[in-house]
Design a protein around this ligand. Structure first.
Ligand SMILES: [Zn+2]
Length: 260
C-alpha cells in the first residue's frame, strides 16, 4: 500500500540519520537548508539556527579591525558621547537579519535566539580578547526592565541573553544587582540629552555588594544612544566598580549601517 511504503521510507531515513549520529534536524533560519547537529562534531557550529554558510556570512563586526573595542571606531566614539562604560563589544549593526531576530526575541518570544546570540557574543569576546586582552570579569549583569514592563511582557530579553553569555564566560551572573525604579515612556525618537534627563536616578543598587567587583560586563540587546547603559555604569562606578564593559547584540546608530 502507498502509505506503508511512505512509512517505510521515513523509517529508513530516520534510521540512517540515527546511525550517522544525527538526532536533531532543523531548517536554516535564513536559507531553509537542513541544519543537523552533526555540525557540532565537525566544529562548524554549535547551534541549529543557521547553516554554516549563512553563519559565515552574517554581518558581524570585525573585532580585529577595531582593536577589540568598538569605541575605537570614530563613528561609534562620536555617536556615544558622555558614556560611563569603558569598552563596547557588539555583534552587528541594527540591520537584517539581526534587527528581525531581536524583534522576534523581544516581542514574539523566540527564546532559542538568546543562546544563539550568547554563543556569537562569546566568540566575539574571545576574538576581542586575543587582540586586546580584557581584565578578568567578576560579574555579568543585564539592563533591567521595570517591574510593570516585565509583568506585561513576561520576560526581559537582555536577561535571557546575559545569563547564557555568563555561562559561556564561566563568570557569575546576577539578575537583580541593579533595579529600575521608574517606568519611562518609550525613548524611541528622543535625543541623547532627552534620554539622559528621563533616565536620571532611574536605577538603584537593589541586592548585593559591589565592594569586590572590579570589572562588570553589562549586557543589553541593543545600544542606541547609550544613555541607559551609561546611567547604570555611572551608578556602578559610584559604588566602587572599576570598569564596566558594555556587551550588546546590536548597535543602532544612524552612522553605522555596515561593518568595518
Ligand atoms: Zn543558511
Amino acid at each position: 500500500m502507498e502509505w506503508q511504503s511512505a512509512v517505510n521510507q521515513w523509517r529508513s531515513i530516520v534510521l540512517t540519520l540515527w546511525q550517522r549520529g544525527i538526532t536533531h534536524l532543523a531548517c536554516c533560519d535564513l536559507c531553509s537548508v537542513t541544519v543537523s547537529d552533526n555540525m557540532k562534531a565537525s566544529g562548524n557550529a554549535k547551534q541549529l539556527l543557521v547553516c554554516s554558510i549563512c553563519l559565515d556570512e552574517l554581518p558581524i563586526f570585525n573585532c580585529k579591525a577595531i582593536q577589540g573595542d568598538l569605541l575605537h571606531w570614530p563613528a561609534i566614539d562620536k555617536g556615544l558621547p558622555q558614556r560611563h562604560f569603558a569598552r563596547l563589544l557588539s555583534l552587528a549593526p541594527y540591520t537584517p537579519p539581526f534587527d528581525t531576530w531581536l524583534k522576534q526575541l523581544k516581542y514574539q518570544g523566540r527564546f532559542e535566539l538568546a543562546p544563539f546570540f550568547a554563543e556569537l557574543l562569546f566568540k566575539q569576546w574571545q576574538i576581542a580578547n586575543e587582540v586586546h586582552p580584557y581584565e578578568q570579569v567578576d560579574l555579568v549583569i543585564s539592563v533591567p526592565v521595570h517591574i510593570r514592563k516585565w509583568q506585561t511582557r513576561g520576560y526581559n530579553q537582555a536577561h535571557l541573553i546575559a545569563c547564557q553569555f555568563a555561562k559561556k564566560l564561566q563568570v557569575p551572573y546576577q539578575s537583580d544587582l541593579i533595579k529600575r525604579v521608574k517606568q519611562v515612556d518609550s525613548q524611541v525618537g528622543k535625543t541623547g540629552a532627552e534620554r539622559r534627563k528621563a533616565l536620571r536616578n532611574n536605577f538603584i543598587l537593589n541586592n548585593g555588594n559591589t565592594a569586590k567587583l572590579k570589572h562588570v560586563a553589562l549586557v543589553d540587546d541593543v545600544v542606541t544612544t547609550g544613555s541607559t547603559a551609561s546611567e547604570i555604569s555611572k551608578l556602578l562606578l559610584s559604588l566602587g566598580v572599576h570598569t564596566v564593559t558594555l556587551v550588546t547584540v546590536c548597535i543602532s546608530l544612524p552612522t553605522i549601517k555596515k561593518c568595518p
